[in-house]
Design a binder for this molecule. Structure first.
Ligand code: HPA
Length: 236
């Protein structure tokens, strides 16, 4: 195991086999403060805070990923390939793209379609479909059901753009059954499979792209709690 990388300097604080990754590093701090015991900080490079602690006796880490595929691409690559991390669970928000989905629902990303060329680096002679780890996905769905969450499982879009110049953009992806749009999971799934590791993305719906609805930070808390309980429960 590497001692440090250009973006992660743990200074001998261990990183767990499972890392939860919200986009926002302050969200990582919030998760560590509110859900984990025995917390130690393992990263502060570029303020991309990372923490290791315990949840119901299991050792779990949590670290921000930043926004977008280049950012999560760097952090997840280093965690998998230099720090022997087995599983990364992205815990994020997404914009819903189907009428049957409502604000605060949970979405589990079975697959992550993308308009990014992140996959081109592998020189695959075709179009690779980045998918979640099946076992993690099944466990997440079962536990979300147990919690009584409204949960949708399917294809999300990992988009390189938050603001789209093309006015047809959302309609075309909606037509292809995309449940919601976020900006990171495809790169995470690609890094996971390339390293022979596992990944899953779980999201709370923070806005509705079709209906132009948005949540407030306060209102998101309940859905966020369900998402966190699912992620922490399936962490090994
Ligand atoms: N688009 C992209 N990423 C997002 C969105 C969105 O509407 N909502 C939350 N993350």
């Amino acid at each position: 195991m590497t001692k440090s990388t250009p973006h992660i300097e743990p200074n001998d604080v261990p990183i767990a086999k499972t890392v939860l990754m919200p986009g926002d590093p302050l969200r990582a701090k919030y998760i560590a403060d509110h859900y984990l015991d025995n917390v130690e900080q393992f990263n502060s490079v570029r303020n991309m805070f990372g923490y290791t602690g315990t949840y119901k006796g299991k050792t779990v880490s949590v670290m921000g990923s930043g926004m977008g595929m280049p950012s999560i691409g760097i952090y997840s690559y280093e965690l998998y390939n230099f720090f022997d991390v087995e599983t990364i669970i992205r815990v994020g928000s997404c914009g819903a793209l189907q009428p049957q989905i409502n604000l605060y629902d949970l979405i589990i990303a079975q697959a992550a379609s993308t308009n990014s060329n992140y996959v081109d680096q592998y020189n695959i002679p075709g179009h690779y479909a980045p998918i979640a780890d099946f076992n993690l996905m099944v466990k997440a769905k079962q536990y979300a059901d147990q919690l009584g969450a409204t949960v949708h499982v399917g294809n999300v879009l990992s988009s390189d753009t938050f603001y789209n110049a093309d006015t047809q953009f959302n309609d075309q992806w909606q037509q292809m059954g995309i449940l919601g749009i976020e900006m990171e999971s495809a790169a995470l799934y690609l890094n996971a499979v390339h390293a022979g590791r596992q990944a899953l993305g779980i999201f709370t719906v923070s806005d509705h792209i079709l209906r132009d609805e948005a949540t407030t930070a306060e209102e998101r808390q309940n859905a966020f709690t369900q998402m966190m309980e699912v992620a922490l429960e399936i962490a090994e």
